[in-house]
Design a binder for this molecule. Structure first.
Ligand SMILES: Nc1nc2c(c(=O)[nH]1)N[C@H]1C(S)=C(S)[C@@H](COP(=O)(O)O)O[C@H]1N2
Ligand SMILES: [Mo]
Length: 218
């Protein structure tokens, strides 16, 4: 975040520059599956740190239940933002327990290089068990709240894109099957492969949704 804001239900709200956000957060490489809601997938070696480390540093207040994220709005540089199809900024959100999960990272690089602009420089979210649209790029604001925040694709097509957006081969998108995916970089003849529950992270994250109806909460 060139200068990003962390606000809402935190002990230390304020404007943080990127160096400040990265302070004391150990950068690791995490090789994750990445599954877009539109049924393509890839394997990405990210460089980043656990979001929990940053949230613990700013101090999440009791009563906070969700984390909301907003992307930089700069239509001069990001021509797509001159369209009013989406109500800018691009927004995403997680339940607090999802945000604190050790698999949830803030990425600053990929393939060992600094994050290219198109992949969300200088910092983005990566939530590997959810469809790619949850992994919001070029974040400039993180807010802790006690209400479920509005999220971009859910605002556009609520019957097609839910807040949870957990990868689930048994819950189809209204317009296509989610049972399989096209692996990018798998080679010309790689074809399609089966989609895994929670994108293959079931052992790590299924307990977050124990007892929850995953069809209703798509
Ligand atoms: N700010 C912002 N974040 C975003 C998007 C976007 O349009 N704007 N697209 C999402 C979608 S649908 C996917 S699949 C991933 C793609 O990430 P990549 O561009 O690094 O492949 O970013 C997600 N994060
Ligand atoms: Mo996507």
């Amino acid at each position: 975040m060139p200068a990003g804001v962390i606000d809402g239900m935190v002990d230390k709200p304020g404007t943080y520059d990127l160096a400040d956000v990265l302070k004391d957060q150990p950068i690791e490489e995490r090789i994750y599956r990445f599954r877009c809601v539109e049924a393509w997938s890839a394997i990405i070696p990210w460089n980043g740190f656990e979001l929990a480390g940053l949230l613990n540093r700013v101090g999440v207040q009791p009563g906070a239940k969700f984390v909301a994220f907003e992307t930089l709005v700069r239509p001069e540089e990001m021509p797509g933002q001159t369209s009013n199809f989406i109500e800018w900024p691009y927004r995403e959100g997680l339940r607090l327990d999802e945000a604190m999960h050790p698999l949830t990272i803030m990425a600053t690089g990929l393939y060992g290089e600094t994050l290219p602009n198109q992949n969300g420089a200088p910092i983005r979210l990566v939530v590997p068990w959810k469809y790619g649209f949850k992994s919001i790029k070029s974040i400039v604001r993180i807010s802790l709240t006690d209400v479920m925040p509005p999220t971009t694709w859910n605002m556009l097509q609520p019957n097609e894109y839910g807040f949870y957006a957990n990868v689930n081969p048994t819950v189809d998108h209204p317009r296509w099957s989610q049972a399989s995916e096209r692996r990018i970089g798998g080679g010309l003849f790689a074809g399609r492969q089966d989609t895994l529950m929670f994108n293959g992270y079931e052992a790590e994250v299924a307990s977050l949704y124990a007892g929850m109806d995953l069809v209703a909460n798509y």
